[in-house]
Design a protein around this ligand. Structure first.
Ligand SMILES: [Fe+2]
Ligand SMILES: [Fe+2]
Length: 177
């Protein structure tokens, strides 16, 4: 179903469909939740004095905010209504940096599923602009999953080796915004 808006010329113009609008609003919530989750992970890593890991998470959190804003702007541009949803509190404690990055990887896999469902919805609703817009997110998710998995794998190899953990901390601390 699509809503209609009268333009200045008096001609009615179709706005974004209500199903796609609802799903985009939900995706905005998920992106802001991702930002919240990574900020919480960053705070935990800071408490372990792993400043490089914490820095990496803060940058990741700001990337997620940008993703949320991309969707926010798209919805506005398409004549939809942004309705911000409640954001759940993220977990605040983990067992280890390895567990954090394993969870980050799993979280990104869930986000990928959500983006894929959104693409399928846009396609079935014949919303070509949204389907095309979402391709950026499809590509971004490939990178997001690969990066989180790579760090999780490194932490798996590092195990209890503190010098190696400190080296990885230094490497992640170099992440540019
Ligand atoms: Fe994202
Ligand atoms: Fe992400």
């Amino acid at each position: 179903m699509s809503r209609l808006a009268a333009t200045h010329s008096g001609v009615e113009r179709t706005l974004i469909g209500t199903k796609v609008e609802g799903a985009l609003n939900d995706q905005i919530r998920k992106e802001f939740y991702s930002s919240y989750l990574y900020l919480s992970m960053g705070a935990y890593l800071s408490s372990l004095n792993l400043k490089g890991f914490a820095h990496w998470m803060k940058i990741q959190a700001s990337e997620e905010t940008k993703h949320g804003m991309k969707l926010y702007d798209h919805l506005n541009e398409r004549g939809g209504r942004v309705i911000l949803q409640q954001i759940d509190a993220p977990p605040s404690n983990w067992k280890s940096p390895k567990q954090i990055f394993q969870q980050a990887y799993q979280h990104e896999q869930k986000v990928t599923d959500s983006i894929n469902k959104l693409v399928q919805l846009a396609r079935s609703e014949k919303d070509n602009a949204t389907e095309n817009f979402l391709q950026w997110f499809v590509n971004e998710q490939v990178e997001e999953e690969a990066t989180a998995n790579e760090i999780a794998q490194k932490l798996q190899m590092i195990g209890e080796n503190s010098p190696a953990l400190i080296m990885l901390d230094a490497e992640l601390g170099k992440r540019a915004p």
